[in-house]
Design a protein around this ligand. Structure first.
Ligand code: ADP
Length: 312
């Protein structure tokens, strides 16, 4: 195989009580990438459509992630060629649904396939994380893990990287409202407090435990009760116009829970079944009409596979 075409899904990180550690993978929205072997050594980004992003390898998360896997792959397989990468963006950069992660995950997945899969999907998370430094200044796995592994993921720790994949209960749907405004991740980080109260830490860990237990036992009510965030949402929600109205609209129309996707500005809701998801999506859009801000809506099942090959 000399060339591979892949679907690189969008992801939702944090999931209210799982700040910086929980994520899930979406099915209906994602980028396409084409990776091919090239006689020239090294990594070259040859084409980007759908977004104005740097073609320079070191400035693009896909390029940096690709360099990271190639550096390590030399120790497992012998190859003398390089790789060319095409990125066809559908996920807007800075949307809060893992735009950069999709590129990082796609690059390492594609190269791993073309090299004959020397690494497991879990191992690939390590390389994709390196690409994230370009986007956010730090190696973090809360979007690249669900993008690569699918389902829900928990990043338990980094030293060494310990990622747990959890199957999604079969009826869960995600709804995402993406307002077309920019919330810089640095601004969303700057509003956070370095210290938290013991009371809030207990509430948050209780909810996180409840979310994990609910996912494992398919207990939708428990998932809903647990989708609360007492630490981050109260400090960040003012960065997203009409956040409270959208969240209330989602909850009043049957969503299990709703919150900020990643660092925002996207707002997500989780719902049991497609019918509820459609009703919730309608209510969320209605509550945003009067803001004058353009927005996109997505409804998606949870993607069980993560990044995958597009067969022609
Ligand atoms: P999101 O909020 O959707 O997760 P990020 O904040 O992760 O988006 O990433 C957006 C930032 O990463 C932008 O500054 C963008 O210029 C940079 N970036 C570099 N390479 C890419 C890429 N291939 N895809 C998307 N963003 C990229």
């Amino acid at each position: 195989m000399n060339e591979i075409k892949i679907f690189c899904p969008a992801t939702i990180a944090n999931l209210n009580c799982g700040f910086d550690i929980m994520g899930l993978c979406l099915e209906t929205i994602g980028d396409k990438m084409i990776i091919r072997k090239s006689p020239e050594k090294g990594i070259k980004i040859t084409k980007i459509t759908g977004a104005n992003l740097p073609l320079e390898t070191e400035k693009n998360v896909a390029g940096v992630a690709a360099l990271a896997i190639c550096k390590e792959a030399i120790n497992r397989v012998s190859f003398k060629h390089g790789f060319e990468i095409e990125i066809h963006k559908k996920i807007k950069a800075g949307s809060g649904i893992g735009s950069s992660s999709a590129s990082a995950a796609g690059a390492v997945f594609g190269i791993n396939e073309l090299l004959g899969k020397p690494f497991s999907k879990h191992e690939l998370v390590n390389f994709a994380m390196k690409g994230e430094v370009v986007a956010s200044g730090s190696e973090h796995a809360d979007n690249v893990a669900p993008c690569l592994l699918g389902g829900f993921t928990l990043v338990r720790g980094y030293n060494p990287l310990d990622v747990i994949r959890i199957d999604a209960p079969s009826e869960i749907y995600a709804v995402v409202l993406h307002p077309n405004i920019e919330v810089k991740t640095s601004d969303a980080r700057a509003v956070l407090h370095p210290m938290i109260s013991l009371k809030d830490a207990i509430t948050q860990t209780g909810n996180l435990g409840g979310l994990i237990a609910g996912l494992y036992t398919n207990d939708y009510n428990l998932i809903g009760r647990s989708l609360n965030d007492v630490l981050i949402e109260p400090l960040r929600k003012h960065l997203i116009p009409n956040f409270d109205q959208v969240k209330n609209a989602a909850l009043q129309n049957g969503a299990l829970g709703s919150g900020i996707s990643g660092a925002g500005p996207s707002i997500f809701a989780l719902c049991k079944c497609q019918k509820v998801a459609e009703k919730v999506a309608f209510a969320m859009s209605e509550s945003y009409q009067n803001t004058g801000i353009e927005f996109d809506m997505h409804i998606s099942k949870i993607n069980p596979n993560g990044v995958n090959i597009i067969k022609n």
